[in-house]
Write a protein that binds this ligand. Structure first.
Ligand SMILES: *Cc1c(COP(=O)(O)O)cnc(C)c1O
Length: 435
């Protein structure tokens, strides 16, 4: 019998329990990975290759019949094996730094299908982006000037997308809302004509207006929000076209941001197909190539952070499970008060209600509060689910914790796809210095 984690919510049960009550990823027991890695490599991240494939396929199938680029937002999870796998499936990339551009190229991404984003792109990053012929978004007046400088320096035209703020409220946490009129991202829309003039005046050998871009935010759960934004963006495309020559205008980039089912309570979340079907008429009517920039919805539910239980204690009326996993390895709960589902990876005792916390010296260091879990034995495993996006990439060395090992499961096999740090790695910065 295959039981998803938890039952029935996860449509592709790549994470499930076997008959003996152990959590299995594809065909591999989490406990076996834990034993093989040992205590030194705990906690660790485990990813399912099949789940990533399924998530990508959901976008690909939804976009059937639409000229499209699915650009994977590498910032969600920059593990090279993950990026390579998505490149192999046909994904392009969405980049926010020069280092991400280097990684995308090393992982075999086709740079003509990548978008370089950001409100603070440096001259060196822009030159690299021009050299590799990425699409580059124009985020401000100074950014337009810097991109033109980079294009002149490289002797190559820069293909640019104007990042518009549709001013549609994504109805998400303020820290992940990025498309409102007072956001630090994107241009002042009232200034659109200034940008069009600037691009035209720079000349075709310097700046080419390839399209428009928007990104509303992340963890969005309503497709109507994307539809409203797509309508507004198409309005901008029409305005630009009516204004005359935009011979290179081809792309409508509607960003990323589709939410995932962190709560796992069976809430109906929109799928990529729901999202795309809502805007399909607009996409086809414009005769444009659509760019989508999913991050979280491609990799989020494909990963988990697996910690070991150090012990269980009670203070006042609260029972705590203390694990070796903490806000240093997974900061979303501490940073955004984000809810992430926590599941035991092996059978335990009587079910109770616990706060799951780490050893870091901050009261914000929790992974989950008030969770119903079987009483765990010391050394047993607890998994924070849906940790494939914005988790390992935000890990830190706070409290001298070390960046965790990452493991990729593929069917009945698994392998380490990034080594965890050692104490010696933390000391590298002192090498050759007199301290
Ligand atoms: C972060 C980001 C994305 C990805 O967002 P998700 O919520 O992970 O899908 C896409 N586009 C841009 C410009 C971003 O900054």
């Amino acid at each position: 019998m295959v039981v998803a984690v938890p039952t029935a919510v996860n449509p592709t049960p790549t994470f499930h329990y076997d008959d003996a009550g152990y959590m299995v990823v594809e065909g591999v027991r989490v406990r076996d990975i834990q034993d093989a890695l040992g205590e030194e490599a705990s906690p660790f991240y485990v990813y399912s290759k099949a789940q990533i494939s399924a998530n990508y396929e959901a976008y690909r199938a939804a976009l059937d019949g639409v000229d499209a680029i699915i650009g994977y937002a590498i910032k969600a999870n920059n593990n090279k094996a993950v990026v390579k796998h998505l490149a192999g499936l046909g994904a392009g990339a969405v980049l926010v730094s020069g280092a991400e551009l280097r990684l995308a190229m090393e992982a075999g991404m086709d740079t003509s299908r990548t978008v370089f984003n950001g409100n603070g792109k440096t001259p060196a990053e822009l030159r690299a982006a021009v050299r590799s012929q990425c699409l580059i978004n124009v985020d401000s007046e100074f950014d337009a000037a810097h991109i033109a400088d980079a294009a002149r320096a490289e002797g190559l035209p820069a293909n640019v997308l104007i990042r518009i703020n549709p001013d549609v409220d994504p109805e998400v946490h303020a820290y992940v809302s990025t498309g409102l009129a007072n956001s630090k991202f994107g241009i002042r829309n009232s200034h659109l004509q200034w940008f069009l003039d600037y691009i035209r005046d720079a000349g075709d050998d310097v700046l080419r207006l390839a399209g428009v871009h928007s990104h509303l935010g992340s963890t969005i759960k309503k497709v109507s929000i994307f539809k409203d934004a797509a309508d507004i963006m198409l309005g901008f495309v029409n305005t630009i076209r009516e204004g005359g020559a935009a011979p290179h205008l081809r792309y409508l980039n509607i960003g990323g941001g589709l939410g995932i089912d962190y709560e796992r309570v069976g809430e109906e979340l929109p799928s990529p197909a729901d999202l795309i079907n809502t805007i399909r008429p607009q996409l086809l009517a414009g005769g444009l190539t659509v760019i989508m920039e999913p991050g979280r919805s491609l990799v989020g539910n494909a990963g988990a952070l697996v910690s070991r239980v150090i012990g269980v204690k009670t203070n006042g009326s609260t029972r705590f499970i203390v694990t070796d996993g903490s806000m240093s390895e997974l900061i979303r709960p501490a940073l955004y008060d984000a809810y992430m589902y926590i599941a035991a990876t092996e059978p335990g005792g009587e079910t109770g209600v616990f706060d799951v916390v780490g050893p870091v010296c901050e009261s914000s260091d929790f992974l989950g509060k008030g969770r119903s879990l079987p009483l765990p034995a010391e050394g047993s495993g607890l998994a924070v689910m849906d940790a494939g996006a914005y988790c390992h990439v935000m890990a830190s060395n706070y409290n001298m914790k070390r960046l965790p090992t990452e493991v990729l499961v593929d069917g009945d096999e698994w392998r380490i796809v990034r080594k965890g740090q050692t104490y010696e790695d933390l000391m590298l910065g002192y090498e050759g210095l007199d301290v």
